[in-house]
Design a protein around this ligand. Structure first.
Ligand SMILES: Nc1ncnc2c1ncn2[C@@H]1O[C@H](COP(=O)(O)OP(=O)(O)OP(=O)(O)O)[C@@H](O)[C@H]1O
Length: 287
């Protein structure tokens, strides 16, 4: 688990991270969503001990990063993939990391294959596209088979196939019980990869949202008899345009109630509450 408590970072006049507290639980992908400059990278750098907080603490499994006995085996990180040495090959880059952490070189070959860069392992990283560098960066994060992953914008520069692949990889890692924390400034990316999302704006916590939990069933026609029947069945019903929005009962139950009342439905659609609605509502309030 990653925990931030009162985490604050000031760069001169800029308050980059402002009294941020949140937990990232194992077993799920947790998104870290905020506009450019909201403070995501600074927060991740503080968790990784690369920046010292002005105030507050950040811990992984209850310890500060610098106190972890074998950091690369406990925490895998992907920060800016443009920071790799352009003259080194992907294999040399990963071997250098593995040697520094006492990890067997055979593991380098495993992660190269895992991220799909095996065929280009001896090419200089400087010749790689951003998407390929992201894959090498991910390989580096996975090298020590860590229980916790912090990935800063890992989908940047990937093509649609690459994005689908990373999503599946991260969800698989979370299912194995790992803690996976992934930042993005793009809402729809988070909606498809994360189960929970920590939302920040201007360095402050806005909210922690569950993605796609509650659902609304939209039915037409907007029959008052149907609305009464659904309420009697325990639903919350709101009249909208030419239909009804029904919450609190599953779609099958809505269909059954309509049948009981002899009402022909013209439409019955389940809509998961999108992160977008919550995000816009929240950031609208916050701005
Ligand atoms: N080393 C630094 N010195 C001065 N200001 C900094 C430094 N690093 C970050 N900042 C400022 O702190 C704020 C937060 O930046 P940060 O990079 O953490 O945001 P971010 O949410 O990761 O944005 P992006 O999505 O653009 O990467 C910004 O105003 C940025 O200009």
């Amino acid at each position: 688990m990653i925990s931030a408590r009162g985490l604050t970072k000031r760069y001169g006049a800029v308050l980059a991270v402002d009294d941020l507290s949140f937990d990232v639980e194992p077993g799920a992908v947790t998104g870290f969503l905020g506009a450019n400059g909201a403070g995501k990278s600074t927060t991740m750098r503080m968790v990784l001990g690369l920046d010292a907080p002005t105030a507050g603490t950040a811990t992984v499994g209850g310890r500060a990063y610098r106190d972890l006995p074998s950091p690369l085996r406990e925490v895998g990180a992907l920060l800016d993939p443009r920071c790799m040495h352009p003259g080194r090959s992907a294999r040399a880059h990963l071997r250098w990391m593995a040697d520094a952490a006492g990890i067997a070189r055979s593991r380098v070959e495993e992660v190269l294959e895992l991220v799909g860069v095996g065929h280009a392992a001896d090419r200089r990283v400087g010749t790689f596209s951003l998407g390929m560098r992201q894959r090498v960066g991910l390989a580096g994060a996975l090298l020590g088979d860590p229980g916790t992953l912090l990935l800063d914008e890992p989908l940047n520069g990937l093509d649609p196939e690459g994005i689908r692949w990373v999503r599946a990889l991260l969800q698989g890692l979370a299912r194995e019980g790992r803690t996976v924390f992934v930042s993005s400034h793009l809402l729809h990316e988070m909606e498809h990869v994360a189960q929970r999302v920590v939302v920040i704006a201007r360095g402050r916590l806005v909210d922690v949202l569950d993605v796609g939990q509650a659902a609304t069933v939209r039915v037409r026609p907007a029959s008052t008899r149907l609305a009464a029947g659904l309420r009697a069945a325990g639903a919350t019903v709101t009249a909208v345009e030419d239909g009804l929005d029904v919450e609190g009962v599953p779609p099958q139950r809505v269909g059954e109630v309509a049948l009981e009342y002899g009402i022909a439905l013209h439409e019955l659609v389940e809509r998961r509450h999108g992160l977008e609605e919550s995000y816009l509502a929240l950031t609208g309030v916050a701005s």
